[in-house]
Each structure stands twice: as structure tokens, then as C-alpha cells.
Ligand binder design. Structure first.
Ligand SMILES: Nc1ncnc2c1ncn2[C@@H]1O[C@H](COP(=O)(O)OP(=O)(O)O)[C@@H](O)[C@H]1O
Ligand SMILES: [Mg+2]
Length: 217
């Protein structure tokens, strides 16, 4: 059994004009310790795949299983979400808190324990040790992305979902993230979405999605 299993998944967003079919029969699975990269143009359904894993959108047809559970009601979705580290495209840190306070707040909200020593070590590795006491809106784009990544890694998730982790970053910052993913490879399983070909070399499999359909590996 895979960590994630999609079987003929259709997802529709309701809109005033009748709805958008964002996924049309998506089938794939993510093995234990595997890294799958989903590549595709803007609007092709990449973020929707991640949201379906989190139970933030529910399939119209087909099934999604994560750690053997279908996140199809709020109770089960929360159980699944607690095991997952989700790096969003837009970020989720609160500007009213410092980076360090955000990380504590995040772990507390998830009911998971935080090993502060190892989080500090990881911050040093990501070159953001010096910004932990700043507020998110005081950071550069690259620092903020690394801080968000630090937060989602801080409570040792059992599955990582990274939505375009290197977008909006310069080459140097992208390289830091690619290297970290490479170091985490073989430990925590991941689903990564991206246009960045540099991520291909740290992934075990590349899936291509167009118009909500997988069009081959
Ligand atoms: N909340 C929403 N309401 C209506 N349509 C949406 C919503 N979210 C995404 N979509 C549409 O679903 C399709 C897939 O979106 P998305 O998964 O975000 O693509 P990607 O991440 O590949 O850019 C797009 O056509 C997008 O406009
Ligand atoms: Mg997206």
C-alpha cells in the first residue's frame, strides 16, 4: 500500500458559471520514502492534487487514500493533516508573530512536540538562524520561503507536500532548497509540484499533468 493512493480522482470547484473540473481521472500512488514531482503548466491542477491529499477538497468521483485513510470528512481529514507538512505557494506565517513564535504556534496547533534544539540546527543549515526573531514581513522572499520550509519540517512530518518550493527564488536560494530535499530523500516521502527542472534530479519519478489529466511519466 502506498502512502498516497489516487484512484480515478475527479475534483470540481463550484463557481457561479457552473464549475471547473480541476482533476479529471487522476490515478497515481506515492511509495514509502518516494519523491514524486508533478510538473505542468499553470492552472493544470497541481495545487488541487495537494489539496485533495489534505482533504481540503473532496473528490467528485474516485478515491484518495493517505496512510490508508480517506480524508473525506473533517475528522479524518484532520487526522491525516496532522501527519503532513504542507509548504504552500503563498505562505502561512502570521506577521504579528516572529518566525520562532510562528513555529511554536504551528506545532502547538498540531498537537505535536517541538525539538527546539534540532529546529535551531536546521535553521542554521538553511542560513536563517539570524532571522528567527524577526517577523515574516521583515524577511526577503528567499528567507521567508526557507522559514516556511523550516516551520513545516519542525515537527517531523510523515509526509511532505511542497507546492512550487523554488518559485520566486533566485538561483542560490533555490539551490539551498534543492540540496535540503536531496538530503531528506529516502527518509520522508514527498509530493512536490514545480516547473523547476533542477528538482527532477532529486525526484524518484516525474508525473506530467495537463488540464487536470496525467499525461505520462
Ligand atoms: N477555489 C477555486 N475555485 C474555482 N476554480 C478554482 C479554484 N482553485 C483552482 N481553480 C481552478 O482549477 C484549475 C486548477 O487549479 P490549480 O490546481 O491551482 O492549478 P496549478 O496549481 O497547476 O496552477 C484552474 O483552472 C483553476 O483556475
Ligand atoms: Mg498551484
Amino acid at each position: 500500500m502506498g502512502v498516497v493512493e489516487f484512484e480515478d480522482v475527479f475534483v470540481k470547484y463550484e463557481t457561479y458559471t457552473g464549475g471547473v473540473l480541476a482533476l479529471r481521472g487522476v490515478t497515481f500512488s506515492l511509495g514509502e520514502k518516494e519523491i514524486v514531482l508533478i510538473m505542468g503548466p499553470s492552472g493544470s491542477g497541481k495545487t488541487t492534487v495537494l489539496k485533495a491529499i489534505l482533504g481540503l477538497v473532496r473528490p467528485l468521483h474516485g478515491s484518495v487514500r493517505v496512510f490508508g485513510t480517506e480524508p473525506k470528512d473533517e475528522k479524518r481529514a484532520l487526522k491525516v493533516r496532522r501527519k503532513i507538512g504542507y509548504l504552500t505557494q503563498e505562505g502561512t506565517m502570521i506577521n504579528e508573530l516572529t518566525v520562532w513564535e510562528n513555529i511554536r504556534f504551528y506545532a502547538k496547533g498540531r498537537g505535536r512536540s517541538l525539538n527546539e534544539e534540532s529546529v535551531r540546527k536546521l535553521a542554521e543549515r538553511l542560513n536563517i538562524g539570524a532571522v528567527l526573531d524577526k517577523h515574516p514581513n521583515q524577511l526577503s522572499g528567499g528567507e521567508l520561503k526557507r522559514a516556511e520550509l523550516l516551520m513545516v519540517l519542525s515537527d517531523n512530518p510523515e509526509l511532505l507536500l511542497l507546492d512550487e518550493p523554488t518559485s520566486m527564488l533566485d538561483a542560490e536560494n533555490s539551490e539551498v532548497i534543492v540540496e535540503l530535499i536531496s538530503e531528506l530523500r529516502g527518509g520522508v516521502p514527498m509530493v512536490i509540484t514545480s516547473h523547476d527542472p533542477r528538482l527532477e534530479k532529486v525526484s524518484d519519478r516525474v508525473l506530467r499533468i495537463v488540464g487536470g489529466k496525467l499525461v505520462g511519466e
